[in-house]
Design a protein around this ligand. Structure first.
Ligand SMILES: Nc1ncnc2c1ncn2[C@@H]1O[C@H](COP(=O)(O)OP(=O)(O)OP(=O)(O)O)[C@@H](O)[C@H]1O
Length: 359
């Protein structure tokens, strides 16, 4: 018999005032896996999480933990008996309790009878030196580490995290995220994490569930979402994009960069050709000559620099094609600041181009 997923959500629907904010959402999370619900503000991420936590009720759909039904529209296990831990942005530590008692809060018998488990977790989150400190004596990052230890103390099968790192400054965040991830993997907890930040999802997730208007529009490994987005908006969620427009003629579309296949898009339909700035290739203008077309990069098109900016680890160079009608941005590692007006040849890495029907 195959092992059931640690968390399984089936056909969840939740409407407010007749409007579905969670619209037929289904997914599974395995033990030791981190799944990120990712999407813009208001797309239904937190509502989905709240229903799994048991603090909101779905209109229809079922939730299972390790194959056991914990909630549908007629049956409901109360939140505290679901073996589900919570770590929310505003889920503050208890100010009147020291770190030790905060971590032991969900354990029968408190700190006195759970010294070993509390000690082990505090060591794992590098807070062993703060057992007797009170929350107000800790920095934001330290409080976050204690909150993680508290959430994991009762060994939940599933941990729900809602924007747990958003209160931390950026440099602190990376370290805490990585430490958190390592601990979650060690504990084999299934994690459902809500975030609106693509970088956070890429960094944390084994599986991204990309949501839009209550629906999951794409799910899969971060690599797949980045490199095979389902549509223009999914592509644009992970980075800036360049968009060329065209029209289908004989299963192809013409652009200044050569022809592109338009599989499955009807004849005459408008298409959008999408490419990320780092996949635009630049070549120098040598006495009017451009690079010869290649299978990898297609045809080069002449363009002029309109603006160049240095951002630290990369430079962003903006171009207008020779006809002046297409604006494109290239990202170049390091310092590359050609003056405005410089002519250059641009090519698109053909294996990194996405062709979508224009909606
Ligand atoms: N109790 C409620 N009553 C009415 N509308 C609600 C309620 N809870 C959520 N909504 C609405 O449902 C939609 C989805 O909200 P939700 O909090 O799930 O979005 P989200 O994707 O988590 O957004 P954010 O990232 O801003 O938290 C929003 O339009 C919100 O206003």
């Amino acid at each position: 018999m195959t092992t059931p997923p640690r968390l399984e959500v089936q056909h969840l629907i939740r409407a407010f005032d007749g409007l579905r904010v969670v619209d037929d959402v289904s997914f599974t999370v395995a033990a030791g896996e981190v799944a990120c619900l990712l999407g813009p503000s208001g797309c239904g991420k937190s509502t989905t999480l709240r229903i799994v936590a048991g603090v909101d009720m779905q209109d229809s759909g079922s939730i299972f933990v390790d194959g056991r039904l914990i909630c549908d529209t007629v049956f409901r296990i109360p939140p505290e008996r679901r073996a589900i831990g919570l770590m929310f942005q505003d889920f503050a530590l208890f100010p009147h309790l020291p770190v030790s008692e905060n971590v032991a809060f969900g354990l029968p018998g408190g700190f006195a009878t759970n010294r070993a488990r509390v000690g082990e977790l505090l060591e794992r989150v590098q807070m062993s030196n703060h057992v007797d400190s009170y929350p107000h004596e800790l920095s934001g990052g330290e409080q976050q580490r204690v909150a993680l230890a508290r959430a994991l103390a009762p060994k939940p099968r599933v941990l729900l995290m809602d924007e747990p790192f958003s209160g931390l400054d950026e440099r602190l965040r990376d370290g805490i995220r990585d430490d958190t991830l390592a601990l979650l993997k060690e504990e084999r907890t299934a994690v459902l994490l809500v975030t609106h930040e693509p970088d956070e999802a890429m960094r944390m997730a084994d599986q991204i569930l990309l949501m839009r208007a209550g629906r999951i529009v794409q799910q899969g490994a971060p690599y797949n979402l980045y490199n095979a987005p389902v549509d223009r908006r999914a592509a644009a969620f992970f980075s800036d994009i360049n968009v060329l427009t065209g029209q289908v003629r004989g299963a192809l579309t013409d652009t200044p960069f050569g022809q592109f296949l338009t599989p499955g898009i009807p004849e005459g339909h408008a298409v959008e050709i999408v490419i990320r700035p780092q996949h635009l290739k630049i070549d120098f203008h040598r006495a009017g000559q451009g690079p010869a077309p290649t299978a990898e990069n297609g045809t080069a098109a002449l363009a002029r620099v309109t603006r160049a900016r240095y951002l630290g680890s990369e430079s962003l160079v903006e171009f207008a094609t020779e006809m002046g009608d297409i604006a494109l941005t290239a990202s170049v590692p390091g310092v590359f600041l050609p003056p405005a007006g410089t002519p250059m040849w641009l090519m698109l890495r053909r294996d990194r181009v996405f062709v979508f029907p224009k909606i």
